[in-house]
Write a protein that binds this ligand. Structure first.
Ligand code: ADP
Ligand code: MG
Length: 228
């Protein structure tokens, strides 16, 4: 990719229309412009309600901004249909959530393999990549275990392995350490930093954990829907 920014937004607004019809709706994002260079780990911080999840959803093409532009990995998301966004997300983006989002009835291996099956990879490719990703996060020995048999930190590692499985160029994580104790959170953050540097990818992490500051290249602060 020739573009040196993984993420670029310009004057991004997202106004939620409410059923009660609060006059003009709720402006969750109010003109956000920012850029994330390829190869960085950045944190997006701010108090609860400041618009972090809304911004992440707009960047992942899960939500449409009311106005403004979003370019992610060289794509102008407003030019893409919902179907195109679904395929694009599956092929280029890795998403990690606070609550891990693993399917409880599937093993670590199966959680990853399923994603690749949905993507349409053949069996050999899926098998090889699922094992590779488990290895990358240090969870090979846990391949046949289900989420409830693992600690929170281990589940988050599997969720990260799953996010990486499609060779994502950009990982976006919403409060990835939110449910972890500080020691485990520190390990996950160190892992993220090394991963981005070794794999030459980009990572945007939404957090309000003070611990993240020392692990990232930049911190963006959201306040009332705008960057400080
Ligand atoms: P954060 O992730 O920083 O806690 P959010 O992006 O979830 O913040 O929310 C930002 C603002 O938008 C808050 O005032 C929230 O109540 C409002 N909001 C979020 N989602 C919706 C929605 N679906 N409908 C209406 N208002 C919403
Ligand atoms: Mg949130």
């Amino acid at each position: 990719m020739t573009n040196s920014f993984a993420i670029e937004t310009e004057n991004l607004w997202r106004i939620y229309q409410t059923r009660q019809g609060a006059e003009g709706g709720i402006p969750a994002l109010r003109g956000v412009s920012f850029r994330v260079p390829v190869g960085q780990v950045v944190a997006l911080k701010g108090r609860s309600g400041s618009g972090k999840t809304t911004l992440l959803n707009c960047l992942a093409g899960l939500d449409r901004p009311t106005s403004g532009t979003v370019r992610v990995l060289g794509h102008d998301l407003s030019q893409m249909s919902d179907d195109e966004l679904t395929v694009w997300r599956r092929e280029q983006i890795g998403l990690v959530f606070q609550s891990f989002g693993l399917l409880p009835t599937l093993s670590a291996y199966e959680n990853i393999e399923l994603l690749l099956r949905i993507k349409g990879d053949d069996y050999q490719t899926r098998h090889k990549r699922a094992l590779e990703c488990l290895e990358l996060v240090g969870m090979s020995r846990w391949r046949d275990h289900r989420p409830y048999e693992m600690s929170g930190g281990q589940q988050q590692r599997v969720a990260i392995a799953r996010a990486l499985a499609n060779h994502a160029q950009l990982i976006m994580a919403d409060e990835p350490t939110g449910e972890l104790d500080s020691k485990t959170a520190g390990e996950i953050l160190t892992f993220f930093r090394n991963l981005v540097e070794n794999e030459k990818i980009t990572m945007l992490m939404v957090s309000h954990d003070p611990l993240v500051d020392q692990h990232v290249h930049q911190v963006f602060m959201l306040k009332d829907g705008n960057l400080e």
